[in-house]
Design a protein around this ligand. Structure first.
Ligand code: G4P
Length: 531
């Protein structure tokens, strides 16, 4: 297996920056923890946990605070392994914060899709997968919990292809499952890895020829026969491994294992580091930026407030896209046209925060933010190019926000502006009622966080009046919006925070009704690619 040559390649080529996408409970925390253990970033299992509280998150504020605590430490986890610097981008597991995950994927060069073998492809996975597809990044699949009885592996592959529309290529194949789980067969290496829950007990047996009767002695007659049949079927009818299709996100390499038993995780990690891409070129409004370019550039993909509740600080997370970052360097903040010194840059090793002296394309740095940054902002050493704006996604909940105490208007506007810059909430306005704001959230919890933070951080009590809309659609049309036909009872014309035309709808029926009556109209589920 070839690992990157760290001595001759540019440093950025050693970076592997990825996000794990999964439905809650598939085992993301467990897998992340095992990966960190390999990288030596944590010493014992359980360090990344605190999971029970998170999973059963209610609208109780304490829970939200706890969630935030977790998301802080796990925004980016970094470790070195086999000559690579691995950056795992993580996000809170709660569904309500999925928009955060969407933005994180913009900073990733690839994704690991984690699937529970018993549950198959679940709703949250589908949503996140769609975002990966939009970005065209390679997706690697880890099918987890093989130590428990799950769906038939062939059925799981079929489900991935049918539901997600991506071809799959198993890199290893499970032998038995649940109580009969014997281990995995590494197809391209002709090697059997025997299941054991003790990593120091790892047994690897060469099996170059599956027809060799010795294999039956090791696996038993029936499992041997099943393995022969399955592998033959995969060889004849399955997709061959094709790195070009993987790079385009059209074929997903699939690995089976058990995160909790730490089984199949290390072989997955090795294979992943070999096949996953280092940082690649990125489009800007003035041409392409390459990771090996000398000059530093990057963009803000996440803003985290209250990193330290005692200080009310905000940290802007910057994905470096080119060049070398050096502590204290001054950069162009393209949106405002100002030059700023990047103060107190930090990186996150496992759970530790450390001041960072240098970083390269693919790395994530956290910059102390006194209120300068917005999600999507470009920073560059020279020039004034911009990376594409991060798309907004359709919220599913809407509410009109008002402030009963007129004396608090100033703080109210400041708070709304800052929270929308952070991406904590989306703000829409109606053309004829510009003072009125409609908030959009992916989940109900986001409204509660908004209300709480307005009260605690800006001293403003806000009232929210829930609106019956459930969909936002970004409008693309040649005609002025007032000339379009739409159902005025079931939809509303608004503008988003960047002044793009958006329509809110109560039902899918109302969306289709409008599409049918207006030729040449396109309604987008995100602001992706719209200016
Ligand atoms: P998440 O971050 O994706 O939400 O999932 P998490 O890792 O917390 O795992 C969810 C549950 O699945 C946990 O069990 C965890 O122990 C279990 N799990 C993870 N990987 C495996 C695996 O490979 N095999 C089996 N059998 N279980 C696995 P829990 O009982 O809900 O929580 P806990 O008490 O273990 O924290």
């Amino acid at each position: 297996m070839t690992q990157p040559d760290v001595h001759s390649a540019p440093v950025c080529m050693t970076r592997r920056t990825f996000a794990i996408i999964s439905h809650p409970d598939a085992g993301k925390t467990t897998l992340t923890e095992k990966l960190l253990l390999f990288g030596g970033a944590i010493r014992e299992a359980g360090a990344v946990k605190g999971k029970k509280a998170r999973r059963h998150a209610t609208s109780d504020w304490m829970e939200i605070e706890k969630q935030r605590g977790i998301s802080v430490t796990s925004t980016v986890l970094q470790f070195d392994y086999l000559g690579c610097r691995v950056n795992i981008l993580d996000t809170p597991g709660h569904e309500d914060f999925s928009e955060d995950t969407y933005r994180t994927l913009a900073a990733a060069d690839s994704a690991v899709m984690l699937i529970d073998a018993a549950k198959g492809v679940e709703p949250q996975t589908i949503k996140l997968f769609e975002v990966c597809r939009m970005r065209g990044i390679p997706i690697f699949t880890f099918i987890n919990k093989l130590d428990r009885q799950g769906k038939d592996p062939l059925e799981l592959l079929e489900e991935i292809e049918r539901v997600l529309g991506i071809r799959s290529c198993p890199m290893n194949w499970p032998i038995g499952m649940g109580p009969d789980f014997q281990g995995i067969y590494h197809r391209h290496e002709g090697r059997f890895e025997r299941f054991t829950s003790r990593t120091d007990d790892m047994v690897s047996i060469a099996m170059p020829d599956l027809d060799d009767p010795a294999v039956a002695t090791i696996l038993g007659e029936s499992l041997h026969q099943r393995l022969q049949e399955d592998v033959l079927l995969l060889d004849v009818a399955g997709d061959p491994f094709d790195p070009d299709l993987v790079a385009l996100g059209k074929l997903t390499p699939v690995y089976f294992g058990s995160a909790i038993a730490n089984f199949g995780v290390e072989s997955f990690l090795r294979s992943f580091l070999e096949l996953a891409p280092p940082p690649g070129p990125r489009e800007t409004d003035q041409g392409v930026v390459r990771p090996e370019d000398e000059r530093f550039s990057g963009f803000v993909f996440k803003i985290q407030a209250n990193m330290n509740p005692a200080h009310r600080d905000r940290v802007a997370f910057v994905r470096i896209c080119s060049g070398r970052f050096e502590r204290g360097m001054s950069v162009q903040h393209v949106r405002t046209g100002k030059r700023i010194a990047l103060s107190q840059p930090q990186q996150f090793f496992g759970q530790e925060r450390e001041t960072v002296d240098e970083a390269y394309a693919g790395d994530i740095i956290g910059i102390f933010d006194p209120g300068n940054f917005r999600i999507g902002d470009t920073l560059c050493e020279r020039g004034s190019f911009r990376f594409p704006p991060l798309p907004l996604f359709s919220p599913e909940h809407f509410a009109r926000v008002s402030v009963p105490n007129a004396l608090k208007y100033k703080q109210f506007h400041k708070g709304v502006a800052q929270l929308s810059e952070e991406g904590a909430i989306q703000v829409f306005r109606q053309a004829n009622r510009t003072e009125d704001m409609i908030l959009g959230a992916v989940g109900q919890l986001q409204f509660e966080v908004f209300q709480h933070r307005m009260r605690v951080e800006y001293g403003v009590d806000v009232e929210l009046l829930r609106l019956p809309y459930a969909y936002a659609r970004w409008v693309e049309t040649e005609l002025p919006i007032d000339e379009l036909q739409f159902d005025r009872y079931a939809s509303l014309v608004v503008k988003d925070q960047d002044d793009r035309a958006v329509m809110l709808f109560q039902t899918e029926f109302a969306i289709n009704w409008m599409l049918e009556r207006n030729a040449g109209l396109t309604l987008h589920t995100t602001s992706y690619g719209l200016s």
